[in-house]
Design a protein around this ligand. Sequence first.
Ligand code: AHR
Length: 503
Amino acid sequence: MAEKAKMIVDKDFRISKIDKRLYGSFIEHLGRAVYNGIYQPGHPSADEEGFRKDVLELVKELDVPIIRYPGGNFVSNFYWEDSVGPKDQRKKRLDLAWRTLETNEFGINEFTKWCKKANSEVMMAVNLGTRSITDALNLLEYCNLDTDTYYADLRRSHGDKEPYGIKTWCMGNEMDGPWQVGHKPAYEYGRLAAETAKAMKVMDDSLEFVLCGSSNVEMPTFPEWERITLTEAYDYVDYVSLHNYYGNRSNDTADFLAKTQDLEHFLHSVICTCDYVQAVKRSKKQINLSFDEWNVWYHTMDSDNEKMALKPWDQHPHLLEDHYNFEDALLNGLILITFLKHADRVKIACLAQLVNVIAPIMTEDDGPAWRQTIFYPFLHASKYGRGYALFCPLSSGKHDTAKHSDVTDIDATAVYNEEQGEVTIFAVNRNTEGDVEFSADLRSFEGASVIEHIGLAGYDMKAENSAGKENVAPAAFKGYTMDNGVFETILKSCSWNVIRFKV
Ligand code: AHR
């Protein structure tokens, strides 16, 4: 007999309105993310500005409301002035983060235009590695001000009359990491971030700032880093960042799919640390979370490190081009479910990254753009995961894995889109050994009817997509019933499920 799992979806049990920026992403000057990714003049699909239209179409399909730029590690040695104005006068630079030659042919002027075409907002990171308050202020003036002053005039002289109106600003990147150019100890970074945000707020009080949290949960300085930096910067920032990448180096699918337990622990610890500092400060202000780098990343790590060591200073080399498989897509679905369950605190999240570099979208230099396996859970969540995150009690069987215990077979949550009159359940069966009989009680939504049950199931764990060959793509699932407000079906072993209801 199959295992059973039961869920209650009630319209009054609302966790929070979902911030649409939960479906953000990230473009870094790294590998082929920009060059031969979003920008490739001369490619048959390039538009008049050199932007690949095939890529833009896929980005629009994902409906990404905000995109972090220009890094990542890249930003910590970035001279933004080199990336604006007439292209023939732009300086070539060494990018120390990825040991690459940066031509600056594509920069802030181009990215802001590209984002408009992609229907996305820019989330801009400032360089707090090798630079400081002055440069952040100059960049802000260039981007956002309409004054008759040097940098605003400079932008206008570059043909961009209207300010870019960038609202969300990252105070550097992964400043806790010894690998970061200009890495700083917590107190020093906390002071710099506080003073930078304070000065930027004088220019524009409506901006929101993201403080660098830990680069990953394994950092030896976690969570003291958060406590110390927030103690310095609390009054000036709105979010603390979290980054984490996952991998399956031990080739143990069950344990890999249990890794959202670690993510839960990470989120819980950061939320507690924010709230601890709030309590110490007797502050009324709550700090929320910006999980601005998340994904699976391990397939190419070793070969990339070798490449950067042996052959530095190439232009847009193939770096971090992980080819994702089916189990990676399942983990991404589980991560998205976890974020939705914490939608009251996780307001921004960026799938890292968007094109070619650990990305859902890949390009062939001389060919088409194509969708990786991980494209689909993100697509579904972005498309159907808008509205209110619901708190859904769930009973499910559990199992143990090599490094995790009491792992629920089913992880699931639901979103209520009041405007559209729709409820969507997102569910993963991460039991590698069996199907699960699943029921969802939607009786609080009188007259609810099933629109569709779609998802990914039945693939080899290592199945991948490639240009022209989508081995892993969503299918419609049959075999469900809906009686008196109760939905029942079988969730296949190792499956991603999206169950949509009209309510
Ligand atoms: O996304 C790739 C890299 O991962 C980013 O540059 C950095 O912030 C993180 O370590």
